[in-house]
Design a protein around this ligand. Structure first.
Ligand code: NCD
Length: 263
């Protein structure tokens, strides 16, 4: 019995976890909208986790507060999978991203990874960058000034002795990319809607921009996309984001087996 507790919206993460659970013969309890639970009566995360951990063997949790998954893991009697904690981390997405990179590039070592879009609030790029640092990646961070990769992650790369370059545009360097990882500007993390309006359409990847890219280059996106990848890219064989989403099911089956000791 596995609990899926989604305090924030989700399509792929929740449904691919639930598909993975069902394919393994497991059962699911949970919610995709916390407003229908006692959270709306003022129940704390502490009490919700203490209760739900009595009902299941494992909890998959997405929550808007950074550090909430770590907190839950400290009080839960069953394992917690972080399905995204605010702008912090999204580790199960990273495992499916690594699988997608390995599958399309044949290796994880020595790749040039372009991370594009909201590098400040995007949790997927924080986790992916830390993971890829184990395989001697070179990083190109492409974002508007307002949404740059936070200092703590750059210090992490400095300490690992890895190279990274920061840009506000990538049209001139696109031929160097092995992976272009596009991201959505995370509207829900902005306190000022005017600030969001300023940066919301800053990058739009179009098919015509892909002419000088490597034959082996692949475009990834954790999805949902808003405007950052034009639909004219979808038919290009370099577009890999929907296969990437499928890889989420396989990867999450593997994560569940590993945590539950299933061979
Ligand atoms: C991402 C997330 O929730 O962080 N989506 C996902 O899990 N595949 C990316 C996003 O919402 O932009």
């Amino acid at each position: 019995m596995i609990a899926t507790l989604f305090f924030e919206p989700s399509t792929r993460t929740r449904l691919s976890f639930e598909s993975a659970i069902s394919r393994l013969g497991g059962k699911i309890v949970g919610f995709s909208d916390a407003s229908s639970t006692s959270v709306s009566k003022g129940e704390t995360l502490n009490d919700t986790i203490r209760t739900v951990s009595n009902y299941c063997d494992l909890i998959v949790m997405r929550h808007p507060i950074e550090g909430s998954a770590r907190f839950a893991s400290e009080i839960s009697s069953v394992p917690i999978i972080n399905a995204g904690d605010g702008a912090n981390q999204h580790p199960s997405q990273t495992l499916l991203d690594l699988y997608s990179i390995k599958k399309t590039q044949g290796r994880l070592e020595d790749l040039n990874i372009f991370l594009v879009g909201d590098l400040k609030y995007g949790r997927t790029v924080h986790s992916l960058m830390m993971a890829m640092s184990h395989w001697n990646a070179t990083f190109n961070f492409i974002s508007p000034e307002e949404l740059k990769m936070p200092e703590e992650y750059k210090i992490y790369l400095d300490n690992a002795g890895l190279k990274y370059y920061e840009h506000t545009d990538f049209t001139d360097i696109i031929s160097k990319a092995d992976i272009i990882y596009m991201t959505r500007v995370q509207r829900e993390r902005f306190s000022d809607p005017i600030e969001y309006e300023k940066v919301k359409n800053v990058y739009v990847l179009r098919n015509s921009m892909l002419k000088n890219t490597k034959a082996s280059m692949r475009i990834l996106h954790p999805l949902p996309r808003v405007n950052e990848i034009h639909i004219d890219v979808d038919a290009n064989p370099k577009a890999y984001y929907f296969e990437q989403a499928l890889n989420g099911v396989y990867t999450r089956q593997a994560i569940l087996c590993s945590l539950l000791g299933i061979k």
